[in-house]
Ligand binder design. Structure first.
Ligand SMILES: [Zn+2]
Length: 208
């Protein structure tokens, strides 16, 4: 089992590649996926599927190119499709390019298995209405997208963002995970449940 990170695209979004048994998941290809494709090829790993934590342009720029290059399917929450009618979904903000349109299958909260690993998918709305967290108990790791960062939280001032929901998602879904669980965010360094419970200023003084 291995987790690789490739910061991709104009906002250096963390694109994660999870590998198990010569199969891989790609989470949030936020830019040109050439490095990811090369890595998969060189390590003899087959891509299984592409997962999106949420549909913001900086997490999905590489969706279509990666799907096209590999023939694999993109999975995203149906609750975020509404964002594709906004600039923060389809891109074009700050003079940045627009996202190449892509097709996806729906994915929602529940227990499943990917590449031979148990995965618990949590609906963690707030940053976007359809934000998902992918928790892999065997890896002691949760991919949280832009829900929570080291010592910070995701923005909620974009269309359909909701601060109250975000705080609830973190408290109910993230802070109830085992303390040692590593949190891999859409931007910046790795952190953990324990670290954020104790040091995240947005939750300081909170009764958990
Ligand atoms: Zn985002």
């Amino acid at each position: 089992m291995e987790i690789r990170v490739f910061p991709l695209g104009p906002l250096e979004t963390n694109c994660y590649v999870v590998v198990n048994d010569k199969k891989a998941l790609v989470i949030d290809p936020g830019g040109d996926p050439a490095q990811v494709i090369q890595y998969l090829k060189h390590s003899g790993v087959e891509l299984d599927r592409i997962l999106n934590t949420h549909l913001h342009f900086d997490h999905i720029y590489g969706n279509q190119p990666l799907a096209e290059a590999t023939g694999k399917t993109i999975y995203a929450s149906p609750d975020d499709l509404i964002l594709m009618d906004t600039e923060v979904g389809r891109g074009g903000m700050m003079g940045l390019p627009t996202v190449t349109p892509f097709e996806n299958e729906d994915i929602t909260e529940g227990d499943t298995e990917f590449i031979g690993l148990e995965c618990k998918i949590f609906a963690t709305p707030g940053h976007t209405p359809g934000s998902l967290t992918f928790y892999f108990p065997e890896l002691k790791t949760a991919f949280v997208g832009d829900l929570i960062f080291r010592r910070s939280i995701g923005r909620t001032d974009f269309p359909y963002g909701n601060t109250e929901q975000l705080m609830q998602s973190v408290k109910q879904k993230i802070f109830s995970l085992p303390e040692e669980t590593e949190l891999l965010s859409g931007h910046g360094p790795v952190t953990s449940v324990n670290e954020e419970k104790n040091h995240n200023p947005f939750f300081s003084g909170m009764q958990i």
